[in-house]
Design a protein around this ligand. Structure first.
Ligand code: URP
Ligand code: ZN
Ligand code: ZN
Ligand code: ZN
Length: 477
């Protein structure tokens, strides 16, 4: 009788704390043994010359998330998680978005209908709170946190999503009481509107000017304001998709004052700049996301933030729209001015290869940092610690076997997402995943998806250990 369902042989196992040469034995979907030489498995995978990594956890993706109007996202939960698996991921945390006038509970039910039975990798949901009324704050939010939806995102911009300062404070206050983790999209709505109107009046409406309409000070101010509110209420927060040195400095300043302010950055801020869009006219829409990619100095700052620990996580912010289809509307039909271009770019499949190639291979970060930034820290930050994001006995057997020497460019024709382009077309990458395993089941092999929709299960999450208040609130007792 085989002692294991699966043995991964001869690879170099990498975790956030160490690197070791050993076999990995998997039984009943979990890691059952790590040792120099394990006895037989019903199935064996030769990982000689390869790295054996905890599968990627992408804690910031948007899948099948309609945006207010008729715009359709390019990925549903089948294609979105297929693309995630192809890129070395074993868990994703997309959002369940509350529309104004909708109950938060109804939003969660809706997103489960979209996702359940369709995912190839494991999944959970963050909540997006856009209507912080009495029902939301007093009942649905606390109840949903207890049901395992232990994090939520608030927006300081976007027409249909933005909260005002008072609403932000109310949501932060619930998060403090429930020990939930708040993610913040930090850009100043009014400043963007003001800039947008001035640009339009001057005839600057091409997608390139999307970036011009929300320069770094717009992000810096909102980041500072969110930090101030977090301090006032005594709630830890995660500033997501940080793009600039200015915002990074705010986060570092808060951290140096002992505040629990966390940061996340994304591939677009490491390898794209505003210049990539210049002169492209409507094609520039392919790069429109918020905050926008900026300049080489901002890129350097984001790399610095990854290397020195200011950023806890590195996520894709995968938010795919098709460029060339009437339903996808990256171009928004007749309305060609940048203000009508849906914000967001695809990236769940290219996140890990980009960081490996540009970060590890080029010596900006080491393997331990790579694993922490792409997997382990996401699990710990969002209440999946111990279970996900590591290779240790008892943890789920979520594994990406990685060929650190495989060299090939990113090409749209090889990707599995529903978008019709990648903003990284042609980028040379060294290091790709070759096999991806979710709870012991192989979902990707030699670049070919072999997993089935429905293999991925919903994850009810614990409270984040990073969301505990610090006991120094300015609020009356
Ligand atoms: O442009 C972006 N980032 N779109 C996705 C939504 C968000 O704000 O994260
Ligand atoms: Zn955002
Ligand atoms: Zn996002
Ligand atoms: Zn299965």
């Amino acid at each position: 009788m085989d002692s294991f369902d699966l043995v991964i042989r001869g690879g170099t196992v990498v975790t956030a704390s160490e690197t070791s040469r050993c076999d990995v034995g998997v039984r009943d979907g979990r890691i059952a043994a790590l040792a120099e030489r394990l006895s037989g498995g019903a199935r064996e995978i030769d990982a000689g010359g390869k790295l054996v990594l905890p599968g990627g956890i992408d804690s910031h993706v948007h899948i099948d998330q309609p945006s207010g109007d008729e715009t359709v996202m390019a990925d549903d939960f089948v294609s979105g998680t297929r693309s995630a698996a192809a890129g070395g991921n074993t868990t994703v945390i997309p959002f369940a978005l509350q529309n104004r006038g909708q109950s938060l509970r109804a939003a969660v039910t809706d997103y489960h209908k979209r996702a359940d039975g369709k995912c190839l990798v494991d999944y959970a949901f963050h909540l997006i709170v856009s209507d912080p009324n009495e029902q939301t704050l007093g009942q649905d939010l606390p109840a949903l946190v207890r049901d395992g939806y232990t994090s939520f995102k608030v927006f300081m911009t976007y027409e249909d999503l933005k909260l005002n300062d008072r609403e932000m404070l109310e949501v932060f206050d619930v998060a403090r009481r429930e020990s939930a983790l708040v993610m913040v999209h930090a850009e100043n709505y009014d400043a963007i509107r003001f800039m947008t109107e001035r640009l339009e009046r001057a005839g600057h409406t091409e997608p390139y000017f999307h970036g011009t309409s929300r320069p770094a000070p717009v992000e810096r101010e909102a980041t500072h304001r969110a930090i101030t509110f977090a301090e006032l209420v005594d709630v830890p927060i995660m500033i997501v998709h940080v793009s600039s040195a200015d915002a990074l400095e705010q986060i570092r300043w808060a951290q140096s004052r002992g505040l629990k302010i966390y940061g996340e950055t994304c591939p677009q801020y490491l390898v794209l700049t505003a210049e990539d869009m210049r002169g492209l006219n409507m094609e520039g829409a392919k790069y429109v996301c918020s905050p926008p990619p900026r300049d080489p100095e901002s890129q350097e700052a984001c790399w610095r933030g990854l290397a020195n620990g200011t950023f806890a996580t590195y996520s894709s912010d995968h938010c795919p729209f098709r460029y060339d289809s009437p339903a996808g509307k990256k171009r928004k039909g007749e309305k060609t001015a940048f203000r009508w271009v849906p914000n967001g770019i695809p990236g769940v499949e290219t996140r890990l290869p980009i960081l490996f190639s540009e970060g590890v291979v080029k010596g900006r970060i080491d393997l331990q940092q790579f694993v922490a930034l792409t997997s382990t820290n996401h699990a710990r930050m969002y209440g999946l610690g111990g279970r996900k994001g590591t290779i240790s006995v008892g943890a789920d057997a979520d594994i990406a076997i990685w060929d650190p020497e495989l060299r090939r460019p990113i090409l749209q024709e090889n990707l599995h997402h529903g978008a019709d382009y990648t903003p990284y077309e042609g980028m040379e990458i060294t290091g790709w995943p070759t096999t991806v395993i979710v709870r012991g089941g192989v979902v990707m092999e030699d670049g070919v998806i072999v997993g089935q929709p429905g293999h991925g299960t919903f994850l009810k999450r614990d409270l984040s250990p990073f969301a505990k208040p610090q006991g120094k609130s300015w609020l009356p007792a």
